[in-house]
Design a protein around this ligand. Structure first.
Ligand SMILES: C[S@@+](CC[C@H](N)C(=O)[O-])C[C@H]1O[C@@H](n2cnc3c(N)ncnc32)[C@H](O)[C@@H]1O
Length: 292
């Protein structure tokens, strides 16, 4: 089950009131959407976007319970189109809870997890290169660079070299094959090497889904749709994402579009982390649309 992170902070940060129109740009299992629906009541509307068609199925219980949550399968980079399709010109709030959801991690054939043996796919939606295509076709330098840039992994060069050596013998199709190469390439004890594993899998996932490429443009679009004093809430899970969000917020503040509410991002307290490990790395940034 996907437990929504920083839920209380998101709900108060969005300054919700009955009848509001909110875009949940990353619906996932619908945890945040359901809680928002409770606050804005039946007169409010939530446009709940997800690029993954299967989100509809995973959030089915929530979508049945709250008819005012309207699912749109779309990349959030097409926020304008999604809102136009629902005849919405302005928003009271927008939420981005970036990254993958627990249901995606649990679908083994998607190959997101390094913990189980599954095909190296990692796509959140159909189309585009799979992780297997990337590890089998990118040059050694391209692989080393993407691993380093997207995860800061210090053994990136050695890992890329060993991937290329292995694929000359056998093509790489499973997470278990990749896991072996990474465990062999990284140094240190088991936990240091599994940290390398997590980083390399994260880097591949970011590349497969082009996750960072659309963030700045989508946050800017969302901010532009906000009504005066409307709220933008963004949760990120790693430093690259958070830096992008921080810089986008700063840029929007300079242009007098958004007032930054959280000088430092909000993070989860010990009780939430105890209950939900994903909350450990979550950072929430909030902004309010300039009143005019
Ligand atoms: C962390 S989960 C969201 C969980 C949700 N807030 C909840 O409480 O259940 C992130 C979701 O965003 C979706 N997603 C990631 N990037 C996206 C994008 N560019 N456009 C639309 N959806 C995206 C993923 O498919 C995933 O379902």
């Amino acid at each position: 089950m996907h437990i929504p992170v920083l839920l209380a902070e998101v709900l108060s940060g969005l300054n919700l009131r009955p009848g509001m129109i909110i875009a949940d740009c990353t619906m996932g299992g619908g945890g945040h959407s359901a809680a928002i629906a409770e606050k804005i009541g039946a007169r409010g509307r939530i446009i709940a976007i997800d690029r993954d068609q299967r989100a509809r199925q995973y959030a089915a219980g929530v979508l049945d319970r709250y008819p005012n949550i309207e699912f749109v399968r779309s990349n959030f980079s097409d926020l304008g189109k999604a809102l136009a399709a629902k005849n919405i010109q302005a928003l009271d709030g927008a939420l981005f809870d970036l990254g993958v959801s627990s249901f995606q991690l649990d679908i083994l054939e998607r190959g997101f997890s390094w913990k189980t043996d599954c095909p190296l796919d990692m796509r959140m939606e159909a189309g585009g290169l799979t992780a297997a295509e990337i590890v089998n076709t990118y040059t050694e330098k391209e692989l080393a660079d993407l691993i380093y840039v997207y995860s800061g992994e210090r053994y990136s060069r050695r890992i890329a070299r060993n991937i290329c050596a292995e694929r000359r013998q056998n093509s790489l199709n499973s997470s278990a094959q990749l896991r072996k190469i990474i465990m062999r390439s990284a140094s240190g004890g088991y936990s240091t090497r599994t940290a390398s594993l997590a980083r390399v899998f994260q880097a591949l996932r970011i590349e497969v889904n082009q996750e960072l490429a659309v963030i700045e443009q989508a946050l800017t679009a969302a901010a532009n749709y906000l009504k005066p004093d409307g709220r933008l809430a963004v949760i990120s899970f790693h430093s690259l994402e958070d830096r992008l969000v921080k810089n986008t917020f700063r840029g929007l503040q300079k242009q007098n579009v958004l007032r930054i509410i959280t000088k430092k991002p909000l993070t989860a307290g010990a009780a939430e982390i105890k209950n939900n490990q994903r909350a450990r790395s979550a950072k929430l940034r909030l902004g309010a649309k300039y009143a005019g």
